[in-house]
Ligand binder design. Structure first.
Ligand SMILES: Nc1ncnc2c1ncn2[C@@H]1O[C@H](COP(=O)(O)OP(=O)(O)OP(=O)(O)O)[C@@H](O)[C@H]1O
Length: 262
C-alpha cells in the first residue's frame, strides 16, 4: 500500500500526534496531546517547553524510535531511506575506546559505506565542526563542547535531511553554549538540513530558529508557533538587542501562560 507523503515543500508533518505511556500500577501518563505541525526544507525549528512536558517523547516519535498512540507522522523522504535522520542528544555518547575519527566514521561503518568514502566524509565533517587536527584524540581528551561537536559531526556523516537535536547544549557552560549556537547556525546553513531542536532556553530558541514551537505543560501540545523573521546567519550580539528582546519577551509570555496548562 502506498505510504502517505508530506505536502509539497514539507519535509515533515505531524498530524494530531499523541502519546500515552502505561505505568506500573498508576494508570497512564499522557505525555503528548494532539500536536499538529509542519516543517519545511532547510528550516530551523525549536521545540520549547517546561521540564517534563513531553519534548523528548515528541522527538523520539519524530525519529521513529517510539510509536505515537494517536495521530501520524509523515516524512517527505522516500520510504526506506534510512539516512534521513541525524540525532544528537544532551550527552554526546561517544565510544571511549575510539578516537574522534573512529567515532565519526561509525555510522558509515554500520551502513557498510566503503572505507575510503566514509573516511573522507568523516574528515570533511570533522573539519565542518571545527575539529580539524583533533582526529586522533580520544573522548576523554576533549572538552564537553568538543565532544558535542564530535556528536554533531557523527550525526551529519550520512547527509541527513533532518537533524534532530534534543537539548544538545544543555550541559555546557554559558560561553561555550553561545559559541556552539553560532557553530550550529553556520553548520545548519552550510548543510541545508532541516533542524528540529529541543531546548529549555527561550533565548537560545529565539536566536537560532526560524520558528519556535512553544509547548504547554504536560500533556504537551502546541501553545503557539512564533516566527522569528530575522535573516540568518545572525550575529551573537543579537542576543542583547531590542529586536530579539521583543521576540524573547513575547515567547516568555506565551511560555508562562502555557506552563500553567500542566
Ligand atoms: N517510558 C516511559 N514510561 C512512562 N512514562 C514516561 C516514559 N518516558 C517518559 N515518561 C513521562 O512522560 C513525561 C514526558 O517526558 P519527556 O522526557 O518526554 O519530557 P521532556 O519535556 O523531554 O523532559 P525534560 O525537559 O526534563 O527533558 C514525563 O512525565 C515522563 O516521566
Amino acid at each position: 500500500m502506498a505510504q502517505p507523503t508530506a505536502s509539497a515543500g514539507r519535509v515533515l508533518q505531524l498530524d494530531a500526534v499523541a502519546k500515552t505511556y502505561p505505568t506500573v500500577g498508576r494508570g497512564t501518563i499522557r505525555a503528548v496531546d494532539s500536536v499538529t505541525a509542519e516543517f519545511s526544507a532547510g528550516e530551523f525549528v525549536s521545540i520549547l517547553g517546561p521540564s517534563g512536558c513531553g519534548k523528548s517523547t515528541l522527538m523520539m516519535m519524530i525519529a521513529g524510535l517510539l510509536l505515537p498512540s494517536e495521530g501520524r507522522i509523515v516524512h517527505a523522504v522516500a520510504d526506506g531511506d534510512e539516512n534521513r535522520f541525524g540525532i544528537v542528544f544532551q550527552d554526546a555518547i561517544l565510544l571511549p575506546w575510539r578516537n574522534v575519527l573512529g567515532n565519526v566514521e561509525l555510522p558509515g561503518e554500520v551502513r557498510k559505506v566503503s572505507r575510503s568514502a566514509r573516511r573522507q566524509k568523516a574528515l570533511d565533517m570533522i573539519e565542518l565542526v571545527g575539529l580539524k587536527g583533533f582526529e586522533d584524540k580520544f573522548p576523554n581528551e576533549l572538552s564537553g563542547g568538543m565532544q558535542q561537536r564530535v556528536a554533531i559531526a557523527r550525526a551529519l556523516t550520512l547527509d541527513p535531511s533532518l537533524l534532530l537535536m534534543d537539548e544538545p547544549f544543555g550541559a555546557l557552560d554559558a560561553m561555550t553554549r553561545d559559541q556552539m549556537n553560532l557553530e550550529l547556525q553556520r553548520i545548519s546553513l552550510q548543510t541545508g538540513a532541516t533542524v528540529v531542536f529541543v531546548t529549555h532556553s527561550i533565548s537560545e530558541a529565539a536566536f537560532l530558529s526560524d520558528r519556535v514551537m512553544v509547548m504547554t505543560g504536560r500533556p504537551s501540545t502546541v501553545k503557539e508557533i512564533v516566527r522569528i523573521d530575522i535573516p540568518r546567519p545572525r550575529p551573537i550580539d543579537l542576543l542583547s538587542s531590542d529586536l530579539l528582546g521583543r521576540h524573547i519577551s513575547h515567547i516568555r509570555a506565551i511560555f508562562d501562560e502555557g506552563a500553567k496548562h500542566a
